[in-house]
Design a protein around this ligand. Structure first.
Ligand code: BGC
Length: 437
């Protein structure tokens, strides 16, 4: 049962200051087999029977940010429909509508002053500060009248993240929502939390090698890699012996291994992977260096580039522009960052993967609230189990969507992820018109 209080407030503590790591290994040109096998879902994600259709389109990141900045102006977004109004997964391309959202209270409930720690991994990738954080905070504020968020961003430093988590626990955090810089190292954080009986939600990235993870909320990450690889093959149109450079994500991120595995599963045997790199910290600058090295080694002859996300795609594109690569090869990405959508419209980037962050962040907020207040989380709230090498972690796995020039309008624009106005600034007006946006 949830208790009712009247005060409506949300306090944001910033626990610890971010500092960058100088301890990461140098860029490696690692073969696929060099990284440990990623933990992966054992059950293919499917809309659970209790999956509830999202009633309204995803708030744009800008809208979410302003909702958090002005707590009193948070829109009274309609709560998730009750499980009785279950909708079958929609074939609509608007991706957010296909993703499950946990049933949530329709008005702010009292938690008795619970503290929820949200620990995010970095800030070079734009999603964390512009979407995950504000969407999480806005949802929590909508459902909880007196919850406090203890927020930290580790800026890619696993040691700093551990200190931030410890500070949050010392500060009385009742739940940790942890997006780990280093999924294996974060086991220590989960174990520490367990000592204090604090539940842990692995947010977006899996925490591996510990039983002390209660839930995992993410996307079907191997599928992300499959979408990227498939799009790249389509763009290469059966070109024989196509030379592909692969710029993977951070070797400490379990997701990066899944993206890589998914991509290899479709690319291997169909193209020649001429150079491949794991990119420490997902750093766009490192990706640029890697691409530079590849271009030098291959004499600028590159037919396609697999970049694991939009940040690394940006680095690879910068290197190719500087080297005057021609003809311009197709390049993949992920996150549907605004700059990437604009690059897709102009042809600089071939595709991205749209992951509707709103249901991810909101489900995490609802689940954190439920765990903090001891509310029963129904088994039907999850739609998969993920093996983290120590247990099967109950999981909510959302559906990623491939985006090329052809479906920018019916995906990210239709979902309200980005508005036409945000995308089609004067430099992109012509490209937008061509794409019918
Ligand atoms: C996330 C991606 C993100 C990357 C870099 C991954 O774990 O799933 O959305 O681009 O980390 O932060």
């Amino acid at each position: 049962m949830r208790r009712l209080f009247s005060a409506v407030s949300i306090a944001v503590f910033v626990a610890g200051t971010a500092c960058s790591s100088g301890t990461q290994p140098a860029a490696t040109s690692a073969p696929a087999a060099a990284t440990p096998a990623p933990a992966k879902p054992t059950t293919a994600p499917a809309a659970s029977p209790s999956a509830v259709a999202v009633a309204s389109p995803a708030a744009s990141p800008a809208a979410a940010a302003s909702a958090v900045a002005k707590p009193s102006a948070v829109a009274a977004a309609s709560p998730a429909a009750s499980p009785a109004t279950v909708a079958a997964p929609s074939p609509s391309p608007a991706a957010a509508a296909q993703n499950p959202v946990l049933p949530a209270p329709s008005s702010p409930q009292s938690s008795g002053g619970k503290k929820i720690a949200l620990l995010l991994p970095e800030s070079k990738t734009t999603r964390y500060e512009t979407q995950d954080r504000p969407l999480f905070q806005a949802k929590l504020q909508q459902i909880c009248s007196d919850c406090q968020v203890i927020y930290s961003n580790a800026n890619q430093d696993a040691t700093a993240q551990q200190s931030q988590a410890e500070a949050a626990l010392t500060n009385g955090a009742n739940v940790l929502v942890l997006d780990a810089v280093d999924g294996a190292a974060a086991a220590v954080i989960a174990d520490r939390a367990k000592q204090q009986n604090v539940p842990v939600i692995a947010y977006d990235r899996l925490i591996t090698g510990t039983q002390n993870v209660d839930y995992y909320i993410s996307f079907d990450n191997e599928r992300v890699g499959v979408l990227q690889g498939t799009a790249l093959l389509q763009a290469l149109q059966g070109k024989s012996n196509a030379q592909v450079v692969m710029i993977n994500g951070s070797p400490t991120d379990n997701n990066a291994s899944l993206f890589k595995r998914g991509a290899h599963s479709v690319l291997d045997g169909k193209v020649q992977v001429a150079k491949e790199y794991d990119t420490p910290d997902w750093s766009p600058d490192q990706a640029q260096n890697e691409m530079q090295q590849a271009l030098t080694a291959l004499g600028n002859k590159v037919d396609g580039v697999y970049a694991a996300n939009d940040g690394t795609a940006g680095g690879a594109i910068a290197a190719m522009k500087a080297a005057g690569v021609s003809p311009w090869p197709p390049i993949t990405g992920q996150d549907a960052e605004l700059t990437a959508i604009q690059r897709i419209l102009t042809g600089d980037q071939y595709m991205t993967v749209y992951k509707a962050i709103k249901p991810e962040a909101e489900d995490a907020a609802v689940l954190a609230f439920d765990l903090a207040t001891g509310a029963q989380v129904p088994a039907s709230a999850t739609n998969g189990q993920t093996d983290n090498q120590a247990k099967q972690v109950a999981s909510i796995l959302l559906t990623p969507v491939s985006v090329t020039k052809d479906n920018v309008k019916s995906t990210v624009v239709a979902d309200g992820f980005w508005t036409r106005e945000q995308i089609c600034t004067s430099d992109y007006a012509a490209a937008c018109q061509q794409a019918g946006i």
